[in-house]
Design a protein around this ligand. Sequence first.
Ligand code: C2E
Ligand code: MG
Ligand code: MG
Length: 749
Amino acid sequence: MHDQEAITHSPGKNITPRFLIFSRQAASAALIEDLLTQTQARPLPPIEDVRYMIESKHESIDDTGEARFPMPSFSVSTVYDVQEIFTSVMQANMDGMPYLALFFDLFPDEPEAHLKVIEQLCGEQYDIHVLLCMSQEAAQQKAPMLTELVGHKLLHILRKPLLEFEVSQTVSHLIAQEIEQVRLWENDIRFACAARGSSDGVWDWNLNTNDFFVSRRWKEMLGYRDDEISNVLHEWFQLVHHDDRKDLRAKLMHHIQEGEGFFVGEYRILHKDGTYSWMLCRGRTVRGATDRSHHLIGTQTDISEYKAIQEQQQHDVLHDPLTGLPNRTLFLDRLEQAMVRGQQRKAYQFAVLILDLDRFKTILDSLGHSVGDQLLIDVGQRFSRLISPTDTIARLGGSEYAILLDDANGLERAPQLAERIQQSLTLPFNLSGQEVFTGANIGIASNKKRYEHPEELLRDADSAMNKAKDTGKARVEMFVTDMHVQAVTLLQMETDLRRAIERKEFRMVYQPIVSLQNGQIIGFEALVRWYKSERVAISPASFIPVAEDTGLIIPIGKWVLEESCRQMQAWRDMFFQDLPLSVNVNLSSHQFAQDDLIEQIEETLRTSGVSGKHIKLELTESVLMDSESAHSVKKVFDKLKELDILLCMDDFGTGYSSLSYLHKFPFHTLKIDRSFIKRMRKDAKHAEIVRTIISLAQNLHMKVVAEGVETTEQLADLRELGCDYGQGYLFSKPLSSEDATALLSRRPR
Ligand code: C2E
Ligand code: MG
Ligand code: MG
């Protein structure tokens, strides 16, 4: 029932169109009255099915929401004095029964006095139609001035002598207009009645008087009793959330000015309990049915629940469900905004850091997914504490995070933040009672380079991070422009490498390893070459990393092993049935991780006929570091031992140079990396390192090979230090199979 108040409070008893006739002559007034009465007797064609209400509006609506309406009729009053016009018009308005039209029979003697009355009426802004009866000449003369005065919508000129059909047509037209207004009004009352069925509140704003009315339900929605809140427009606006007020006001004003369609707005409004509720507000302007006033009538619906769901959905779309951090989509969006700022202000140099956790897969495999999930959450929280409120941290997927340092000196802050991140990871994570350590490789990119799309900047940061991973030591890498070029080249190389395998474009070269005591060749290191064209050999240093990244190292490595064993057996058949000679084959960590590595080796030994004691495998420390567990490494090593295959630790000194690896695993030979041999003479520190490595190997009963021996001075020093073997350009460059065979054939037996 509440909303009926909203409907019925508007005054209105009678909307029967009323005409006021002003005439100095009773006879002509009677004539007009007569003509009007005839008009009334006639049906009104354009508005046949229009229903409209008389008396108070809500009473006309029955239980079914339908209403019965009488046919239109109108009433006529007559005045004979100018002053009387004013009194009648004002009184009628006050009574809520305004006149629809004023019938003015202009008296030829005193037209000016009459026009003055009209002017005064219009000055009062009475919304009243003026029907002027005047002669043809007067009409021609005064029409422009009158139109300006009254407005063309409200002015109607009837020429004298009055014609019956002209009068009835004008009157019909006016009534039709009036009834159409009523119909609109009625629609809005229906609308309000529909709201009564729901739990909406109703409001009604009289735009003429600024009176504002809200229903009891409207107040209830905000937790107020009917008498606790007054009907003042200002109060409504005061309750609306400050941030939504401007928008609401603008939408209302726009609707009032345009006056078409519906006004729709959403805003937060203050509840009595101090919280805000989201409301949907719909309304439209209508003319009052009886009092010629303009109203804006509307409903208010509580949409808080819907808004909460909507907000949650929006949040879910833009956030990572595990960590609650922004996801890639939101990150890219913020990055795009930062890029716009960067384009507007040159000095605005923000930065993006991408980081990936070390050994995350190992953690997952060994400790399980729930520990892995907890680690990702804890890492996110730890990183979040390191950034400022204007920055954004996101989880991009897997164990990859991105941070946007979004301010003018973001680029400047990036390296310090990277360092603090690294620092923060030196402390363990306590996950279900276990202490877990992890590290991160970090790539940095900034808007120093011009980017079109945020994805491009992210890609560059990613390239930098991958570079950090590759170098292994730096762990933080800043993007430099050619990295992208490199990435494109890598992609091309991958395609080419696949083709190279099909086309058998690989060949092996063999570099002698010699005894430093007597210069005898004790073996060869087998090194692969890629002959992309007949004359150009591509160095393994440039394609092995790509082969490792793409998994192509597996077929390539398999071929290398087969070819090296085949070669070794061929030499044995030719020269060395009894003499010890071995071929060293390099094994990458990916190959080492193959489940069927041992089977592969056994098979190769069988088909080539070579014994395991003529094969040595060169492994770098990374092979051991990348392996999932020491346990499985040991198993492989035991098998290799059974096959009489010896192991060399390659490139010693460049990785972690961990003594524990040397101690734990049965390496036969240690190869000192070329970089130390090269600097031995120039830098005492390096000479000392070489000395230490040699004595360390001796203590562990290992043989030592010095890599990259290029000068006789280096040879002399190494000899003095007691290094067993050497490999390098001083003795021989890597040789083709034929050249190596020729060299062996010249070897003294
Ligand atoms: P590595 O195993 O340390 O091989 C020694 C590298 O040093 C070879 O480079 C060799 O040509 C080079 N070298 C030897 N003596 C000297 C010298 O006196 N001075 C200088 N400057 N360099 C010397 P290469 O053949 O380019 O191979 C580079 C790396 O590629 C190898 O390092 C190895 O890690 C990898 N590699 C080569 N062949 C294979 C293969 O068949 N399989 C796998 N997995 N890796 C391979
Ligand atoms: Mg090697
Ligand atoms: Mg090496």
